[in-house]
Structure formats: C-alpha cells, structure tokens
Design a protein around this ligand. Structure first.
Ligand code: PLP
Length: 397
C-alpha cells in the first residue's frame, strides 16, 4: 500500500538550519529559526517553568485522563490572562474554551469548529502570513483566500488594500484570520486605530474574526499585545481565538495552547463547547497535560507568576533593544525606510526587502541566515553582531 505515497519536498527551513549549523564562520548570524534565543543563542527552560516542574513533580499524584477539554485550571487562568482579569466575557456564559496541543492545535480545532458550523465558509489570511496558516487551515477543506497585508517594498501595512479586499470580496459569514500581535512574518502590527477600523468593518460586513495570538507579551507587553483581541471581543458578536504558550512560556515541545469560541448566547457557547469536545475526541482524544499543568501552577502561584513576568519582560526588552540597535545602524548608513520599519515592528520577526537571490547572497557571502522571503528572527542576533548585520544587508541590496 505505501508504495503509492509521494515523498514530501524537503522543508526549506529545515534545510537552511542544517546549512547554518555546518557554517563555522565566526561572522555567522542565524536569523532563520522562529524561536526565541537569548544573548548566548540558547533557548533555555524559563526559570518559573523549571520551578513549577519541581513543584509539580512532587504534587502530581496521577496520570489518569484529564478530560476532553483539557486542564480546567489552565483554561480558567489562561483565559483570565488572555481576556483580562475581570473581563466581562469571562462571566458572560458566551465563552467556550478548550486546551489544545499548542497554537497549531488550537488553529486546527478552531477551523474544524468553523467548518462544522458553516462548511461553505471562506477563510481569509493575510499576505504574507505564517507559512503554516494556509496548509493547516486549508487541509480541513475550507477554501482559503488571501487579503493584502504588507508591502515589502514600502515596508508598511497595506491597510487600504486590506480593507478594500475584505469590504469588496469577502461574503457575509466569511472568516478573517488576524494576527493578535507580533505579526509573523512581518512584525508589522495594526495600530490601535487600525484595529478599531477593522472591528467596524467586520461588523458591517458580518465577517467573523479568527484571532491567532502566538506571541503575547513579546511585543509591547501582555496587556498592550491583547488590545486588538480584547477590542474585537467587546465589539464582535462571534469570534474564534487560537492562542499558544510555546513562545511566551517557552513551552514549545510541551504543545500547550488554548482554543476559544465566543458565541452570541450562552446556549450557542454550549454548542461550541460540546462540538469542540467532539472534534478533539475524533482527532487526538485529549490534549497533553504537562505544559498546561505548569502554566496553571505558574499563574496560580504569585512568586512564580512574578518571576515569569519578569523573565518575559527581559526577553521582550532584549528583542526591542536589538531592533533599535539595528535600526540605528541602518539609519547611520542612510537606510531610513528600513530603519523606521524595523524600529516600529514588534516581536521576533521582520521582513527585509530582499529578493530570494539577495537572501541567498546574505547566506553564502555573509553567513547571515534568513529565509528566502526575507524573514528574520531578530532574537537570533547578538548586540555585537548588529553593525555587521547592517553592513551585510546593505551590501546585498
Ligand atoms: C502566527 C503563529 N501562529 C501559531 C503558531 C503556532 O505555534 P505552536 O503550535 O508551536 O504553539 C506559530 C508558530 O510559529 C505562529 O507563528
């Protein structure tokens, strides 16, 4: 039977990681991998996670199944963190949540829920978007269409085109995927005014937001990074959220995330809850617990929570500091547009205005590793590399 299968094409990112690992140049700057790295290039287990693991090791008394919607304590505490302590939605009865296997698992559960509710709906994703959005959402069978988001030449958000496409081409009932913060791959986030305009447009056109929030706390801080989500929650009658603890708790391999559906009424939220349970059962039966138990422990233990917040803030400041340094180094050399773009973008990613050929030149001639699309992860750099990075970018442009 298996002879009928085709070999999948090699993954460009995995291939690049291998080439970067083999490069022994002292000048090497690896900006390819999409995970946080500290100033020595490591992605350590966060302090609060380590402490929570020690506590959990002693406290956990059973490995029995946890339930179809995952860890209830995690769901409650992570909802409070995401929607805001005391947020009206938490007690409205309109919110249905379930723990998921990472943000990707949440995206899948959310998409399946949308498909179950309206199998004909089209899902709109930004151009560009995270490389896995179209395959992940599209593989459920729902049609996926692009809306313009970022102009790589001007390095600004194509806001007018984005609104025009959604206004003129999307049909009532369609779903719009919006990156909550630290837009992957551009780092260019909507301003608060733009979020307000989008919220009005979604309501006017009866479109449903599907917010993907994978980098909370790594842009402008926990509350600021959820501004767009919370605005949509307040204004829109229905919403789906996929969120992740991979980046902000560093729990990548523990596969920890949450899917949430906001419905018009508590009765409809109950329907969402039961259908999410059914979808989970059919796909993986139940989400894994370890990461969720750690997050619940951290969020329910004041000193662990304080330590987590402080380390998260260190990570955020490291990235924004690197951004400012790179922007200054580019600005000194007259590259004002790129400098302004990089300085104003948020989180790990920026999209450099380079062609695939220029990206290749950066890799082969300067040992600067980035994706062909021009996406860089600023966390891959170190302070002492910044001037060399600016020189290399300007040399290939
Ligand atoms: C925009 C976006 N959404 C979701 C995810 C999912 O992350 P995970 O499944 O590891 O939690 C990622 C991962 O890079 C991402 O960039």
């Amino acid at each position: 039977m298996f002879e009928t299968l085709n070999k999948t094409a090699p993954d460009a990112i995995v291939e690049m990681i291998k080439i970067a690992a083999a490069d022994t140049s002292p000048k090497k700057i690896d900006l390819g991998v999409g995970i946080y790295q500290d100033e020595v290039g490591a992605t350590p287990v966060m302090r609060a996670v380590k402490k929570a693991e020690r506590l959990w090791f002693d406290e956990e008394d059973s490995k029995k199944y946890i339930g179809i919607h995952g860890n209830p304590e995690f769901n409650r505490l992570f909802s409070e963190l995401t929607f805001g302590d005391g947020a009206e939605i938490l007690t409205s009865g309109r919110l249905a949540v379930a723990q998921s296997a990472g943000g990707s698992g949440a995206l899948r559960l959310g998409t399946e829920l949308i498909k179950m509710a309206n199998p004909g709906t089209t899902v709109w994703v930004s151009t560009p978007t995270w490389a896995n959005h179209t395959p992940l959402i599209g593989s459920t069978g729902l049609p996926v269409k692009p809306y313009p988001y970022y102009n790589k030449e001007t390095q600004t958000i194509d806001f007018d085109d984005m609104c025009a496409t959604l206004r003129n081409e999307a049909k009532p009932g369609d779903v719009v995927v919006l990156h909550g913060c630290c837009h992957n791959p551009t780092g260019a986030d909507l301003s608060q005014d733009q979020w307000r305009i989008i919220a009005d447009l979604l309501i006017e056109k009866s479109l449903m937001p599907f917010v993907d929030l994978a980098y909370t706390g790594l842009g402008d801080g926990l509350d600021a990074d959820t501004f767009g989500l919370r605005l949509l929650v307040d204004k829109c009658p229905e919403l789906v959220l996929a969120t992740s603890c991979s980046k902000n708790f560093g729990l990548y391999r523990e596969r920890t995330g949450m899917v949430a559906a906001i419905a018009r009424t508590p009765e409809e939220a109950d329907l969402c809850r039961s259908q999410i349970g059914l979808i989970m059962r059919r796909m993986i039966s139940m989400p894994p617990d370890h990461g969720a138990a750690l997050v619940a422990k951290i969020l329910s233990t004041p000193d662990l929570k304080a330590d987590w917040l402080s380390e998260l803030e260190t990570m955020r400041l490291r990235m924004s500091g690197l951004r400012q340094s790179l922007a200054e180094a580019l600005s000194v050399q007259g590259a004002e547009q790129m400098a302004n773009a990089i300085a104003s973008q948020k989180g790990m990613f920026s999209l450099l205005p380079v062609s695939p050929e220029q990206a290749e030149k950066l890799r082969s001639e300067h040992s600067v590793y980035l994706l062909n699309s021009g996406r860089i992860n600023i966390a891959g750099a170190r302070a002492e590399m910044i001037d060399g990075l600016a020189d290399a970018i300007l040399a290939v442009l």
